[in-house]
Design a protein around this ligand. Structure first.
Ligand SMILES: Nc1nc2c(ncn2[C@@H]2O[C@H](COP(=O)(O)OP(=O)(O)O)[C@@H](O)[C@H]2O)c(=O)[nH]1
Ligand SMILES: [Mg+2]
Length: 288
């Protein structure tokens, strides 16, 4: 490339690399979704169509980016986890975040009509912000995921009770807020059950647990591996031959990407799916 008097401007580009050998979590969040939800008449407290649209966009992101090992979504947010051995884009924060945000947003808009067939989008269009955080150990990563899922539970129990008091109990927002102030989980369960005949346990799993997206291989017996220790002890990405890398890529592309509403706080979830931590593709499940 020829030098020009303008070339010095390149020196203004500053490095924004994420720490090597760490799990990268990119969390995106809908911008101004309180307003957006009311504009499109999202049901309160949970709109199944809106949540399934988020899940469809997240699945599409995962199928385009095989370095993502797992994703977790609740409300207007989604967390995408890049495996610690990923060297994608040399781990540049702005590149990773912008790729996830733009791919997710594009699919959100693309899939909108199939989830809201009678309500075309109009400006202001949906948009998302995003941030990147590095987690050094498997425990840190699992605690991050647990934090989001516990948040989902706390918010959903609150919102379910809050909206029952309003929609079925005839209260206004101020009265409902006052009624719930200082209450514990048990109190909210009791209000739901005694006043409205709602057993919180019977609420849809997607609302209670959020959505977990991952590649599905055949589950293994817990205790047959120690993926956590192996991956925590890894000092640098495993050097793979070209053929090996291509084989893994093919297997990943073949694996179905599933959306489930289950506990990721429970260790069993990770123990039965060692590929989530090891990044080694498992066995492709047989056709049912
Ligand atoms: N009615 C409804 N609103 C939702 C649903 N999912 C997300 N939202 C809205 O999205 C907001 C997400 O919170 P937050 O990101 O803090 O608010 P934001 O800054 O307005 O995007 C919630 O407060 C809700 O108003 C849903 O399923 N139904
Ligand atoms: Mg938001």
């Amino acid at each position: 490339m020829a030098n020009s008097q303008y070339e010095y401007v390149k020196q203004f580009e500053q490095p924004d690399r994420l720490l090597p050998n760490t799990w990268i979590v990119i969390r995106i969040d809908g911008r101004g979704f309180t307003k957006f939800a009311s504009k499109y008449g999202f049901e309160k407290p949970n709109d199944r169509r809106a949540l399934e649209l988020m899940n469809a966009a997240a699945r599409a992101v995962m199928s385009e980016l095989p370095d993502i090992t797992i994703a977790y979504g609740v409300s207007d947010e989604y967390s995408f986890v890049f495996h610690k051995s990923c060297s994608l884009f040399d781990r540049r924060s702005s590149k990773l975040v912008s790729t996830i945000v733009s791919t997710f947003t594009a699919y959100y808009v693309h899939f909108w009509p199939s989830h809201f067939p009678n309500t075309p989008l109009s400006p202001p269009l949906p948009s998302f912000d995003g941030r990147a955080v590095c987690y050094p150990t498997v425990q840190n990563l699992q605690d991050y995921m647990s934090w989001r899922q516990v948040d989902c539970h706390i918010n959903n129990l609150y919102n379910t009770t809050f909206w029952a008091l309003i929609q079925q109990g005839g209260m206004d927002a101020t009265e409902a807020e006052k009624k719930l102030k200082g209450t514990l989980a048990a109190d909210k369960n009791e209000i739901l059950f005694s006043q409205f005949g709602i057993n919180y346990n019977n609420e849809p799993e997607m609302y209670k647990k959020g959505s977990v997206v991952f590649r599905d291989y055949e589950p293994v017996d817990p205790g047959t591996h120690n993926a956590t220790a192996e991956v925590d002890n890894m000092a640098r990405p495993v050097q793979q031959s070209k053929t090996q890398a291509e084989n893994d890529k093919k297997k990943r592309a073949k694996a179905p990407i599933v959306v489930e509403h289950i506990s990721i706080i429970n260790r069993d979830f990770w123990d039965r799916r060692p590929w989530l931590l090891s990044n080694k593709p498992g066995k492709i499940p047989k056709e049912p």
